[in-house]
Unconditional design. Structure first.
Length: 290
């Protein structure tokens, strides 16, 4: 049964802001990815505070153990999320982890983030897994703009570059959002705000994803890195202008903390990831797109 928005606003930090001091644990079980975002630099380290970073990869079978450690440290944890460090739908690990959570911690909200390339094709699996909230990163709904943000996709084993890859990505995202939203899953959309590329496109994205069934929208300022290292970080004025444009169509979330893929605690208040995951051996710092 779908969770009510009131319950999510009380217990999910990405829906109620920080005012309720709700905690979460991110379980880094999804290392691989199927798209090549030009601003994404996935990494295994203990120091960077941003998405796509974790201190280690864990297996689905280990999830219960790490959740036990987390709730001992932070009793206010209400959410078990999977946000990478790669894409959650690129492998089966996220679904395997949620099955473990159903056995060990059924009281927790289950949250997933994805780039959406495989969302439409795997929507039935996602719905059957009982995911409560889904975040989809949609950086453009125009393939010409998306192609400036994403070099290629890996789709059914084929590398597809440029506008054609972007077109497939956007089509699958929007069809997937519609299908999952119709099943009662609460959807949040993330957009990375990239000055000079998609900053003028935010209102169109917000209107489009709202029409597809999304409930809330989160604008993430670009962290200049990887192939977009020379693009300036958005100014406060640019961020606020983008939020105001989006709010004409959809509720905007304003408390994003750029969480790591292994984050533990209350966003902006506490961080216990190293204590929770410290007994796990580090893995080799390598990732692939295929």
């Amino acid at each position: 049964m779908a969770r009510s928005i009131e319950e999510l606003e009380r217990n999910h930090p990405c829906f109620g802001g920080c005012k309720f001091n709700a905690g979460r644990i991110h379980l880094p079980v999804s290392p691989g990815c199927n798209i090549a975002c030009r601003f994404c630099d996935r990494s295994v380290n203990d120091v960077e505070q941003r998405p796509g970073v974790t201190s280690k990869i864990i297996s689905p079978e280990e999830a219960g153990t790490f959740i036990n450690r987390a709730v001992e440290l932070v009793p206010s944890i209400k959410v078990a999320g999977i946000a990478g460090p790669g894409d959650t739908l690129f492998t089966d690990y996220a679904f395997e982890t949620f099955r473990e959570i159903d056995k060990t911690h059924p009281e927790l909200l289950k949250c997933m983030s994805t780039n959406g390339l495989m969302l439409y094709e795997r929507a039935d699996e996602l719905i059957e897994s009982g995911v409560d909230t889904l975040t989809v990163t949609v950086n453009a709904v125009d393939p010409e703009i998306e192609a400036q943000l994403n070099d290629y996709i890996i789709y059914h084993g084929e590398k597809i570059e440029g506008v054609e890859g972007a077109r497939i990505l956007i089509e699958n995202q929007l069809k997937g959002i519609k299908k999952v939203a119709a099943a009662g899953v609460t959807l949040k959309i993330n957009t990375v705000l990239v000055p000079g590329i998609n900053d003028h496109h935010i209102e169109t994205i917000a209107r489009t994803v709202k029409e597809a069934g999304a409930l809330i929208y989160n604008i993430i300022p670009l962290i200049p890195q990887h192939k977009l290292a020379d693009v300036p970080r958005p100014t406060c004025e640019q961020i606020e202008a983008a939020r105001e444009a989006a709010e004409r169509h959809i509720k905007v979330f304003r408390h994003c903390a750029h969480c790591r893929a292994d984050a533990v605690g209350v966003p902006g208040i506490s961080e216990y990831s190293q204590l929770v995951y410290q007994n796990r051996l580090n893995v080799k710092n390598t990732f692939s797109h295929g």
